[in-house]
Design a protein around this ligand. Structure first.
Ligand SMILES: NC(=O)c1ccc[n+]([C@@H]2O[C@H](COP(=O)([O-])OP(=O)(O)OC[C@H]3O[C@@H](n4cnc5c(N)ncnc54)[C@H](OP(=O)(O)O)[C@@H]3O)[C@@H](O)[C@H]2O)c1
Length: 377
């Protein structure tokens, strides 16, 4: 397993960080019951294979992920790894809740300290809330008490908010969603570079877009096939990340031993600077092949909203594009499921045309809504 530098922290960790959010198991009465024995075996196999970084969170797997990690780290495994876990804003109503949650997490993880403690899924609003709750002071005190080693945050939001949060506190590490399709989305490449300039190590989540980049659709596979060097779509995606020196660790949330084995091999062979110019061009071509699958060029500006009949036009178009880009079935399409839950589906459209008059892209929204409704039903 290749080890990588964690920027200004002066420590090293494994290139592959095991994400502990995706362990699965059978559905019982509509609820997924994690196969704990398998999950523990996966964690220990990963550690035996050289993984030194585990990522979990208070809320993962119905709040059982930390318990499973805690069990897996018995018998001498705790000493071999660093643990990253997270503080969720949704469970914090007053400042004392933060201490209560941290203590609960230490208990579940069966450890006396957490290495990387992250404010979970920050955007600007959540960061302001955490500041009001006194999180910066609490981070300092927890470090002094030896309960945490590093004060960190994971991020989901626009770049401007990432820049604001990154510059607003002396962070030890940040975790961002990043992959070759998200270079201009969320923190994006700009965010990665900014953290790199400040010496703040960056841990990557959703490097395979939650698995969506693992199975290339036909036109994307054709681009890979035309390239002389043969690698799987997963390997290309992970190598593209590991090529970038600002990245300290790439998380992958495997739930099968075959995936774990493949990832252990990939992360043992790739390092910063490993991609040639031709290979980087290949990934640019792959990105373009995905983008060519876009159904509608909606930018999500929301000028068309609110629709007088409650149709969530931008959300529908984004769900339709997602479905087409990554071959996502309607039942697994979160955006579309939200639209349905909110009763904001295309069939409420009465073709009044108010949206088309407001659209700066001059999109034929009424026609596109019909097509989206057909494709997503
Ligand atoms: N802080 C946050 O807000 C946040 C948000 C998201 C994630 N995370 C953390 O980041 C971790 C990584 O994110 P992620 O799980 O979304 O990572 P990811 O690497 O983008 O996706 C993981 C999925 O990719 C597929 N996969 C992985 N290795 C594969 C292989 N060798 N071959 C084929 N498919 C493979 C599997 O999907 P299938 O099961 O479909 O095959 C797996 O569940 C999470 O586990 C979690 O710990 C944090």
């Amino acid at each position: 397993m290749k080890m990588r530098n964690f920027g200004k922290l002066g420590i090293q960790g494994s290139a592959f960080g095991l994400g502990c959010m995706r362990f699965n198991g059978p559905m019982v009465d509509g609820k997924r019951i994690v196969d704990e024995e398998k999950a523990i075996k996966l964690i220990r196999t990963a550690i035996d294979g050289g993984v030194t970084y585990l990522d979990t969170a208070y809320v993962y797997l119905d709040r059982t992920s930390e318990i499973i990690v805690g069990k897996a780290l018995q018998d001498g495994y705790r000493e071999k790894v660093t643990i990253a876990t997270k503080l969720p804003d949704s469970y914090v109503k007053e400042p004392t809740d933060m201490d209560r949650i941290l203590n609960e997490e230490l208990g579940k993880l069966q450890t006396d300290h957490i290495d990387f403690y992250l404010a979970h899924g920050l955007n600007k609003k959540k960061w302001e809330f955490f500041k009001e709750m006194g999180l910066p002071e609490a981070f300092k005190r927890w470090k002094e008490e030896g309960k945490i080693r590093y004060a960190c945050f994971s991020f989901h939001g626009p770049y401007e908010e990432f820049e604001y949060i990154l510059n607003d506190y002396d962070w030890d590490m940040t975790q961002i969603q990043y992959n070759y399709m998200d270079i201009e989305n969320q923190a994006g490449t700009r965010g990665l570079k900014l953290a790199g300039e400040k010496g703040i190590p960056v841990v990557i989540m959703e490097g395979l877009l939650g698995g969506r980049l693992a199975n290339a659709p036909e036109n994307v596979q054709a681009v890979y096939d035309a390239f002389p060097e043969k690698r799987s779509a997963v390997e290309w995606a992970e190598r593209w990340l590991l090529n970038q020196p600002e990245i300290a660790c790439v998380l992958s949330g495997v739930n099968e031993f075959e995936q774990l084995e493949e990832n252990l091999k990939i992360f043992d062979s790739a390092e910063a600077g490993c991609m040639t110019e031709e290979e980087l061009k290949l990934i640019d071509d792959v990105r373009e092949a995905y983008k060519a699958r876009t159904k509608v060029g909606c930018t999500g500006c929301r000028y068309c909203m609110p629709c007088p009949n409650g149709v969530d036009i931008p959300r529908i178009f984004s769900a339709w594009n997602e479905a087409s880009l990554y071959n996502i079935a309607p039942e697994n399409n979160w955006g579309w499921n939200d639209v349905k839950r909110n009763d904001a589906t295309p069939d409420h459209c009465v073709e009044c045309g108010a949206c088309e008059a407001a659209c700066p892209q001059s999109l034929n929204i009424i026609e596109f809504l019909k097509q989206a409704g057909e494709a997503l039903k």
